[in-house]
Design a protein around this ligand. Structure first.
Ligand SMILES: Cc1cc2nc3c(=O)[nH]c(=O)nc-3n(C[C@H](O)[C@H](O)[C@H](O)COP(=O)(O)OP(=O)(O)OC[C@H]3O[C@@H](n4cnc5c(N)ncnc54)[C@H](O)[C@@H]3O)c2cc1C
Length: 501
């Protein structure tokens, strides 16, 4: 019935989450008569971080009809082929978790089973050489994947390293051109309906009141609607992911901009380096029980690759997830819905998942409980799977060289992660799933990269004669090396494709 139809949505917040949500709704539901209003306060501002992304963001932008080169130019973006992890398995280690596979299946048996077999024979199993995106990253190479899926140069994905506040600005202009209403002002009160506790309106500092059928909370860590008004509660996961602060600063480039992010494990957390076209973003994510803010800032600054460009800024957070991402007529998207720390760049991915799922399950005005439950089930799975994957990086290690690493070593793990790790250690098998950011190749990259080698492998891998194994692996290595040699230098490619200068 028309009277049940949602006619108006108010989005509270104009950070990355707010403008991505506005753009997503605008592209899909505005033509059906949905009125979309976004309220933000310049005086409060945004969190102002979030520079590394996952390949999924490309599909989000494609669905909006955004031209990639134009977007990259506007956000001063570089290409990202993966993340280099330094000092995680043990001090001195380095591996890249790429957006792509390692090697190719042989006789329909997963490549990694042959790697495990090779490891048992004492062969060199450093995985880099069998991955095109890893080798391209290591050599500072990039080009768009080849359209022919049979060409080895098609065998990778990529994401962006960009200025997230410029991305929000870009999407704001996208939305405003399409008639989305933006209101500047601070919300002072949230009004609830007495009969069912749904949000009826929000009051602004200037005395006006804005009503809507649905409210989307993109107000950041404070959770203005979902928590302050609706008291939905928070699952605190600091017992699993104990880092609770980050100190950030930008610096000049040293040399060409690299097509990958770096995450270096440190004594009380880890430090990121994200090269954009015009600067490099840096941040030390740490656990405040194990290092002071001043020490963390000094450590972060000591590890900058070039001249410091901005003053250090400290951010506090609590890792976890809101008890319900959707409660009554309020959906929490972005930091208001939860935060799992920036390792593996999942913040924007989780925003995208929230928007896509909400649009797919767009409700009637009464927001049926069963719709809320299903949406929350999907978002819970997304958060839990990301949490387990992040945690794997911390626990797949022999590091015990500081109180922080000893604390991690002694922590209890979620059962879901223990199960995944035990299965892999015993048989080399990965717990597979459809929903979630990280699939089998990602788990493999971290397991092998951090020294977890399974005790057994698929017995079918024994069907290849042992003598031919080095030859088969060598052939793949050679193909990867040749393909990488043919690629452009990352900087040259950016200059041609999306130069922001
Ligand atoms: C240290 C750190 C590093 C990160 N790195 C990455 C990364 O590399 N990759 C990634 O994908 N993600 C990353 N993230 C996550 C990413 O930053 C966020 O997911 C993203 O910025 C979304 O933030 P937001 O829009 O939810 O909140 P915010 O940016 O905080 O925006 C909140 C909005 O709400 C408005 N608001 C609040 N209160 C009111 C009020 N009373 N009245 C009116 N308006 C109000 C504010 O004005 C603002 O517009 C990182 C996060 C942190 C903390």
């Amino acid at each position: 019935m028309d009277s049940d139809r949602v006619k108006s949505v108010v989005i509270v917040g104009g950070g990355t989450a707010g403008w991505m949500t506005a753009a997503g709704l605008c592209a899909t539901l505005q033509s059906q008569g949905l009125s979309i209003t976004l309220i933000e306060s310049a005086a409060i501002g945004t969190v102002g971080v979030g520079e590394a992304t996952l390949p999924h963001i490309r599909f989000f932008n494609q669905r909006l009809g955004i031209d990639e080169a134009e977007l990259m130019k506007a956000t001063k973006a570089t290409f990202k082929l993966g993340i280099e992890f330094k000092d995680w398995g043990k001090i001195g280690d380095s591996y890249i978790h790429p957006f792509g596979n390692f090697g190719e299946d042989i006789a329909r048996v997963g490549f990694h089973h042959f790697v495990s077999r090779a490891a048992q024979q004492g062969l060199d199993i450093h995985m880099d050489k069998w991955s095109l995106p890893v080798m391209a990253a290591r050599h500072g190479k990039f080009q768009l994947p080849h359209p022919d899926p049979n060409n080895i140069l098609s065998s990778f994905g990529f994401a962006y390293q960009f200025d997230a506040s410029l991305y929000a600005k870009f999407l704001r202009s996208f939305c405003e051109k399409r008639g989305i209403k933006r209101i500047e002002g601070r919300i002072t009160d949230v009004n609830l309906r007495s009969e069912d506790g749904f949000i009826s309106s929000v009051d602004l500092e200037n005395g006006s009141s804005i009503e809507a059928d649905i409210f989307i909370d993109c107000s950041g860590f404070r959770g203005l609607l979902i928590e302050q008004a609706l008291e939905t509660g928070y699952k605190d996961w600091t017992n699993f992911l104990p880092c609770d602060r980050a100190v950030t600063a930008a610096c000049e480039h040293e040399g060409p901009s690299l097509p990958y992010t770096t995450a270096t494990a440190k004594s009380a957390g880890w430090q990121w380096r994200i090269p954009l076209q015009h600067r490099t973003g840096n941040g030390y994510v740490y656990c405040s029980d194990h290092i002071s803010d001043d020490e963390a800032a000094a450590s972060m600054l000591a590890d900058l690759e070039g001249e410091q460009r901005t003053e250090p800024k400290t951010l506090r957070f609590k890792t976890g997830q809101r008890n319900k991402s959707w409660h009554k007529n309020c959906i929490a998207i972005g930091l208001s819905g939860g935060f799992l720390e920036p390792l593996e760049s999942t913040g924007i991915f989780l925003i995208q998942e929230a928007i896509t799922n909400f649009i797919e399950m767009f409700p009637t005005k009464d927001c049926p409980q069963i719709d809320q439950d299903e949406y929350n089930r999907i978002m819970d799975l997304n958060f839990e799977r990301v949490r387990d994957f992040l945690l794997l990086h911390y626990v797949a290690t022999t590091r015990d060289d500081s109180p922080f690493w000893r604390h991690i070593r002694d922590m209890d793990l979620p059962e879901s992660l223990t199960y995944k790790m035990e299965l892999f250690k015993s048989s080399g098998r990965i717990v597979s799933y459809e929903l979630g950011a990280f699939k089998d190749p990602s788990w493999l990259a971290v397991y092998y990269g951090q020294g977890i080698i399974p005790r057994a492998y698929d017995p079918v891998a024994d069907h290849i004669p042992l003598e031919s194994l080095p030859q088969q692996l060598g052939k793949m290595e050679h193909e990867v090396a040749q393909a990488v040699a043919s690629m452009s230098r990352h900087d040259d490619y950016i200059r041609r494709y999306c130069n922001a200068a």
